[in-house]
Design a binder for this molecule. Structure first.
Ligand SMILES: *[C@@H]1O[C@H](CO)[C@@H](O)[C@H](O)[C@H]1NC(C)=O
Ligand SMILES: *[C@@H]1O[C@H](CO)[C@@H](O)[C@H](O)[C@H]1NC(C)=O
Length: 435
């Protein structure tokens, strides 16, 4: 039954968009995934600054996770390239001007010494430096608690973090943040009754496309994380060695059509939906990265240039994908209503990013924060009016900004989803051998 249930998942057309799973698989697994992996191994993308010690804003979190596999090893300060650590490099001409201006101030220069151009730039910079576009609660990376983490040395994999604590996080995310009515329980567990499930899905059908999309994004993220945990399962743990690898049983328990009464296939469809949303954001933000003065700055000139070339190559590839999701179908109705809906969407999502501070296991917290920030950045790109208003017709706009944190999380988050899609193919082969 595994194969049947599964095969019906990974074929055919997806809801709310015009593409099919096979096209995405081929495009991702053979064209995008290998290059993306290479990019994410570079210094620029492997070091992520994160504050893992922010207190949970919603309940008292007693961090009860003493498991070794949950530990995150922060970087020694001399491991991280100076170019990344120094705050001096920012991401636009204006920011560079602002930097000049701050330096001038430090040197005791008076205001008159600033050129008119600089003054204007400073004004503009402060004006659009507000967080009104942001879908995420931004980590205070200036905090002494924030540390650089080497993502390659702290891979996302099975940690044993489960049970009531992990359960609580996901249920809070679903129950309180997914625009859902109080009376209908979402079918989190596979063993729950069919009746409840059907009520839930008919409720979901009745939602407007945006609210449904919100739910699907969260479910897709959940599915993606579970694909990783099944693919890097702790298979062997003794004093000789630890071994991580594919656990087909675990995968089936979460995704098999029959075992999950249809829920698993839906989860995987949502994973593809999430993939398409992030893919679309990447194709849209290309002009930002094409700016001549944009650098993936680490201080190593040769590497930085090569990295930018690879990044642009990837983004052009992304742009060539024939079946892009049309985000214009979102927030398209009555202007006031669309505005309110978008604001709701943003607030709900910010809440989810704050909930990540409540995840008890540091390793899971790290990847949870990174992936929500990445998705938040994708949403910021898709729905930013600045970007819509200014690109690409009038050339790259300097009003649209991304921080290094946003860039690193955007690509790493997409890298995780891309890996999940790749892993689905591996599981498909493994399942064929089982039967
Ligand atoms: C695979 O996962 C199942 C739970 O889904 C577990 O019972 C089993 O021990 C795991 N297999 C290995 C080899 O760890
Ligand atoms: C944010 O999350 C908290 C805790 O789950 C909840 O009480 C609050 O209503 C949420 N707000 C929004 C806008 O979702």
């Amino acid at each position: 039954p595994g194969i049947q249930g599964y095969a019906s998942v990974v074929s055919g057309y997806l809801d709310d968009c015009t593409c099919d799973v096979e096209t995405i698989d081929k495009f991702n697994n053979y064209r995008l995934f290998p290059r993306l992996q290479k990019l994410l191994e570079s210094d620029y993308f492997r070091y992520y600054k994160v504050n893992l010690r922010k207190p949970c804003p919603f309940w008292n979190d007693i961090n009860q996770c003493g498991r070794r596999d949950c530990a995150v090893k922060p970087c020694h300060s001399d491991e991280v390239p100076d170019g990344i650590k120094s705050a001096s490099y920012k991401y636009s001409k204006e920011a560079n001007l602002l930097e000049e201006c701050e330096q001038a101030e430090r040197l005791g220069a008076v205001d008159e010494s600033l050129s008119e151009e600089t003054q204007k730039a400073v004004l503009q910079w402060t004006k659009h430096d507000d967080s009104s576009d942001s879908f995420c609660e931004v980590d205070d990376i200036q905090s002494p608690d924030a540390e650089y983490v080497d993502l390659l040395l702290n891979p996302e994999r099975y940690t044993g973090y489960k049970g009531p604590d992990a359960w609580r996080i996901w249920s809070v995310i679903y129950e309180e943040n997914c625009f859902k009515p109080q009376t209908i329980q979402r079918p989190l567990a596979s063993g729950q009754g069919k009746h409840k499930e059907n009520t839930f899905y008919s409720w979901l059908e009745g939602l407007c496309v945006e609210k449904r999309a919100f739910y699907r994004l969260i479910s897709g993220l959940h599915a993606s994380i579970n694909v990783h945990l099944s693919a890097r399962y702790l298979l062997q743990d003794n004093w000789l060695e630890k071994k991580w690898g594919h656990n087909v049983t675990e995968f089936q328990q979460r995704f098999d059509g029959v075992l999950t009464e249809g829920e698993g296939p839906r989860r995987l469809k949502n994973l593809y939906f999430l993939y398409l949303i992030e893919l679309r954001a990447l194709s849209k933000v290309l002009p930002f990265f094409e700016r001549p003065d944009f650098q993936l700055f680490t201080g190593n000139k040769v590497q930085d240039v090569e990295n930018k070339e690879l990044l642009l190559e990837i983004l052009h590839e992304v742009k060539s994908f024939p079946l892009h999701f049309d985000e214009n179908s979102f927030f398209a109705g009555d202007k006031n209503e669309a505005h309110k809906l978008k604001e709701d969407f943003r607030l709900h999502f910010r809440n989810i990013s704050r909930i990540m501070d409540c995840v008890g296991c540091f390793k899971c917290r790290l990847w949870g924060k990174l992936q929500t920030q990445g998705l938040g950045t994708a949403l910021k790109i898709l729905f930013s009016e600045k970007l819509i208003a200014n690109m690409p017709e009038s050339g790259p706009s300097y009003e649209f900004q991304l921080t290094r944190q946003e860039i690193v999380s955007l690509f790493n988050a997409f890298g995780r989803i891309s890996t999940s899609v790749r892993e689905l193919e591996n599981f498909r082969h493994l399942l064929q051998n089982v039967h």
